[in-house]
Design a binder for this molecule. Structure first.
Ligand SMILES: Cc1ncc(COP(=O)(O)O)c(C=O)c1O
Length: 457
């Protein structure tokens, strides 16, 4: 009943404040069955929609618990500044709970984080510090987002790093909420639990609770490939340095490529009408690779957040959905800044047919006289795995020292290549700035090349 001191009522869904909407066993996020994209005949697949948390992602749970725990330990009080390294979602949760409880929030993050997230973080009132770091802040990166957050907390008075990457309050939040919700929603019949791996708080906390109820529950972690483009999660190498990554507590882990993750993300939206984000597609692809198709099998997959923060990511993986080539399409937003205009002109320059080449066009020149020199700017280990025939490898970070290996002739045809076309563009510009006049970037990178059925070595 509405009153000045009313309690939250989950049945009537009326709340004393937005914080009342934080999920727990009495107010679980929805569990939805998949009916179209599942390859299984017997196994039932349920997905847990974490964007039903008040600020749009699974990380709202840990943000709330990191703050509650620190308040209980007397480490913070309203007015304290919270600084945190994030791939976006934890920062969004902390910023909104900070607004509600009186904490200033500063987030350190990678420049590669989708623009949508960085803009909304600022919109929520967070001070955003952008670093040259990988999508999910790289553990142990001296110049990275995590080191920067630690440095700020040490240097500034009344500033605290809650540290989602090492704080037990992270998995504890899932032990207290996500686990009990799944157990109650499946009436204790869940047999497999699958989650993507970032800080590993979700899988470790939820896995512990479910195994405490039934040790037979299988817990499976899903991670992206090296050099991936899926915000919020960590590759196998990065996980090796992740404190909360405890593979002995899981029954297995599996790798999923960007292509698999984004394609399944698309199918979820198109066929199941579920607005899942890229890391949800990744987690589900991992479940399809590992969970057996047997009667009585009930798998629950965590879907951390939804599509609306990833339009710029989709632009890279589904260029066909973003007809920015069609002049006039991008006229909507009024008053781009001078800087945006300059970058747009520069990128437009790169988009004109002379500065980027399509896979099919390049494929037709392979082995022909006058064929371009193909320079692959990805890390050596990725080049070793798969590459264009006859291409040479100069990782982006080594280009400035090794450009001596490029042709003397500044009119020599050169094509720059990377995974999805994100790094080949700036390196094309770099070579242009060195005077190369016939250098282009492979549109869509190796991903598009393989998708178009072109040969690789
Ligand atoms: C979009 C997204 N997916 C997955 C994860 C991984 O969750 P966890 O950090 O609990 O492993 C995160 C974490 O930030 C995320 O933001």
């Amino acid at each position: 009943m509405i009153s000045r001191t009313m309690a939250n009522d989950h049945n009537l869904r009326i709340y004393d404040s937005i914080l009342g909407l934080l999920s727990d066993a009495d107010n679980p996020t929805p569990l939805v069955r998949l009916n179209k994209v599942s390859p299984f005949k017997h196994t039932q697949v349920f997905v847990k929609l974490e964007w039903y948390n008040p600020f749009g992602a699974v990380k709202d749970r840990i943000a709330a618990n990191l703050i509650c725990d620190a308040e209980e330990r007397g480490v913070i009080k309203p007015g304290t500044k919270l600084v945190e390294a994030t791939s976006g979602n934890t920062g969004l949760g902390l910023a909104m709970i900070g607004n509600a409880k009186g904490y200033k929030v500063e987030t350190t993050l990678s420049q590669e984080i989708p623009q949508e997230k960085r803009t909304v973080l600022r919109f929520f009132g967070a001070n955003v510090v952008e670093m040259d770091d990988s999508l999910c802040p790289a553990p142990g990166a001296p110049e990275g987002a995590i080191a920067k957050a630690r440095e700020t907390a040490e240097a500034e008075p009344d500033t605290v790093l809650l540290d989602q990457y090492a704080n037990e309050a992270n998995p504890d939040s899932h032990y207290r909420t996500t686990g009990p919700e799944i157990w109650r929603q499946t009436e204790g019949r869940v047999t497999h639990f699958v989650a993507g791996l970032g800080t590993c708080g979700t899988i470790t906390g939820t896995g512990r609770f479910l195994k405490d109820q039934n040790p037979e529950v299988k817990v499976i972690g899903v991670h992206p490939e090296e050099g991936h483009d899926i915000p919020g999660v960590r590759s196998a190498n990065q996980l090796q340095q992740t404190q909360l990554f405890l593979p002995d507590e899981y029954n297995g882990t599996v790798e999923v490529s960007d292509r698999e993750a984004y394609d399944l993300c698309l199918r979820l939206n198109r066929e199941e009408s579920i607005i899942a984000g890229p890391s949800s597609g990744m987690a589900l692809a991992g479940a399809f690779k590992t969970v057996p198709d047997e009667a009585g099998t009930i798998v629950v997959v965590i879907f951390p957040d939804n599509v609306f923060k990833y339009a710029s990511s989709f632009q890279r993986h589904f260029p066909e959905f973003c007809p920015t080539d069609a002049t006039g399409e991008t006229g909507e937003t009024a008053g781009p800044s001078k800087n945006d205009q300059f970058i747009a002109e520069m990128m437009e320059n790169l988009k004109n047919p002379h500065d980027s080449v399509r896979a099919k066009t390049l494929g037709e020149t392979l082995g022909e006289p006058g064929a371009p020199l193909i320079v692959d700017v990805r890390p050596a280990d990725m080049f070793a795995e798969t590459r264009l025939p006859g291409s040479i490898n100069i990782p982006q970070s080594e280009l400035s020292e090794r450009f001596g290996e490029l042709p003397e002739d500044r009119d020599a045809p050169i094509v720059m290549v990377c995974g999805i076309g994100k790094f080949s563009k700036p390196t094309t510009l770099y070579l242009k700035s060195l005077g190369y006049r016939n250098v282009r970037s492979l549109k869509g990178g190796i991903n598009e090349w393989v998708r178009k059925g072109q040969p690789t070595e």
